[in-house]
Design a protein around this ligand. Structure first.
Ligand SMILES: [Zn+2]
Length: 55
């Protein structure tokens, strides 16, 4: 698993801001991206591959 998400899964914004993060989906390993804003607001993410929803 070397691939990293390039955009926030929730907002679609590029993960260029400080504090952005990327991690594999706990269910299927698909790259998930989160912007700092979505993290701060606790926006749920939805995996585009398997539909997994997480905090
Ligand atoms: Zn998934």
């Amino acid at each position: 698993m070397t691939e990293r998400a390039k955009n926030c899964t929730s907002s679609g914004k590029p993960l260029t801001e400080v504090g952005s993060t990327a991690f594999p989906c706990p269910n299927c390993g698909n790259p998930i991206g989160r912007s700092p804003r979505c993290r701060d607001q606790g926006v749920s993410y939805t995996c585009s591959e398997c539909g997994f929803v997480g905090p």
